[in-house]
Design a binder for this molecule. Structure first.
Ligand SMILES: *[C@@H]1O[C@H](CO)[C@@H](O)[C@H](O)[C@H]1NC(C)=O
Ligand SMILES: *[C@@H]1O[C@H](CO)[C@@H](O)[C@H](O)[C@H]1NC(C)=O
Ligand SMILES: *[C@@H]1O[C@H](CO)[C@@H](O)[C@H](O)[C@H]1NC(C)=O
Length: 420
């Protein structure tokens, strides 16, 4: 019933859009050549693909040995004779034009002598009380291992994490509660290039499982873990792989989106963990992965570390309740204790249409906190890159489908982009 209603909404808006597009195109056709739409053939994700061949599956259960590759950093840098520049952070066009290059010309959002420091990292370094001497680039990348928990309520964000970070993370390790079969079922249907392993949650999955099967882990490899629904900033992670002497542990200040990227919690950010090297995890945290994301650790002043992100530049995204209303209701029914102050909310009231109302009007799950509207078209950090680039999959996270005003805005902007 619910899906039907939502589909009806979506279908009607798309029909409306199409009709308008046709109209506009016919009107402007003589003057404006329609833009060629870029179709990205790589992604075929949320749509289920039946009967994935076992041999082509890229995930494994965590009971076989894992070997990580060594990758040279060389291909990510260009030698301009007098200076070595990080390709993705450098304005290569302007550098190739000029004959003599004494220094790297950084693109907007990139800093440092070799343009290897993304905005959030550069800001973290200058905000630090003690000056930090970063060294690098290294000859070989550190390998990045990302461990995170999955459940059926965080399905969309898990998909986004894997796709957004798939080219940076060397190994994903996903785990879920022992009594859940969600992950296995889900991953069977996936066709992804990212390499990942899955496991049931163990008391100490890192110490007991990962250390056993990961055969060539190095002391300077990076272990990353973060809580449900957190998507760390990809450029910052790349930096950690390429450079030395950054303070540990790394913490993230995530942008706090609610129901989708179109609503922000009034607190705007939430602090979460965490990344550090294999040797730091062993020596300081005694291989307890949970300490890396634990609030007590993060707020403990003895672990100075480095915080990525401030109130305007984010270390990533935390997307809370980024689900269909029906799933939100189900989630609340399953975990009522620390989510809602039930003394203040009538339990009977929490149903599908109540949640739809909250989403439409931008009211937090507590029924009273007013959320802040985020503006897609003038906000560099509106949503992760992968989500923006695949708006036909994630329209429900980019547009407030329950608000007529948002429909309209999205629709007008779409037309403007067609006309221009
Ligand atoms: C690079 O530097 C060397 C030595 O300083 C010089 O001989 C050569 O011409 C330079 N090459 C370019 C492409 O600038
Ligand atoms: C450089 O940018 C490309 C295109 O956005 C991306 O696919 C690639 O992963 C980036 N490389 C690094 C090392 O961040
Ligand atoms: C985490 O710790 C900080 C500082 O001690 C505190 O303000 C915040 O409420 C805590 N967050 C959670 C989710 O417990």
């Amino acid at each position: 019933m619910y899906t039907f209603r939502l589909n009806l909404k979506r279908i009607s808006i798309w029909i409306l859009l199409l009709a308008q597009i046709v109209l506009i195109l016919s009107y402007f056709f003589s003057r404006v050549s329609p833009p060629v739409s870029k179709t990205n053939a790589k992604i075929s994700f949320l749509k289920s693909i039946e009967n994935v061949d076992e041999a082509t599956a890229t995930y494994h259960t965590l009971d076989t040995n894992i070997i990580l590759k060594s990758v040279s950093t060389k291909n990510n840098f260009i030698d301009f004779n007098s200076s070595l520049c990080f390709k993705n952070g450098t304005d290569l066009i302007s550098m190739k034009i000029s004959k003599v290059n004494w220094k790297c010309n950084c693109l907007p959002g990139w800093h440092g002598n070799d343009c290897g420091q993304p905005e959030v990292l550069w800001r973290a370094l200058i905000a630090n009380k003690k000056p930090i001497k970063i060294k690098g680039p290294r000859t070989f990348e550190r390998r990045l291992i990302y461990l995170f928990e999955v459940n059926k309520f965080s399905e969309h964000i898990a998909d986004i994490r894997i796709n957004e970070l798939g080219s940076t993370v060397d190994l994903f390790i996903l785990y879920e509660d022992p009594d859940s079969t969600y992950l296995l079922n889900k991953l069977n249907q996936k066709n992804t290039k990212a390499k990942f392993y899955i496991s049931k949650r163990k008391e100490n999955i890192y110490g007991k499982k990962v250390k056993t099967y990961l055969k060539n882990l190095r002391n300077d490899d990076v272990i990353l873990s973060s809580n449900l629904n957190e998507i760390p900033n990809q450029d910052a992670l790349t930096f950690l792989k390429f450079y030395d002497h950054w303070p540990q542990p790394i913490k993230f200040r995530f942008r706090w989106s609610v129901f989708g990227f179109f609503w922000l919690h009034p607190s705007r950010t939430i602090i979460g963990g965490g990344a550090c090297t294999v040797s730091f995890l062993k020596e300081i945290f005694n291989n307890q992965l949970t300490l890396l994301t634990d609030n007590k650790t993060l707020s403990n002043p003895i672990y100075k570390g480095l915080m990525l992100g401030d109130l305007n530049h984010y270390g990533g995204w935390y997307c809370e309740y980024c689900n269909d209303p029906l799933q939100i209701v189900e989630f609340l029914a399953s975990k009522p204790r620390n989510v809602i102050n039930w003394d203040k909310v009538d339990k009977q009231k929490i149903d599908n249409s109540y949640i739809e109302d909250l989403i439409e009007n931008g009211v937090y799950i507590d029924g009273k906190t007013q959320l802040v509207k985020a503006h897609k078209y003038r906000d560099n950090y509106f949503a992760p890159r992968f989500v923006n680039d695949h708006n036909w999959i994630y329209d429900f996270l980019l547009i407030n489908l329950y608000s007529k005003l948002d429909y309209y805005e999205a629709f007008v902007n779409k037309q403007l982009s067609i006309v221009n």
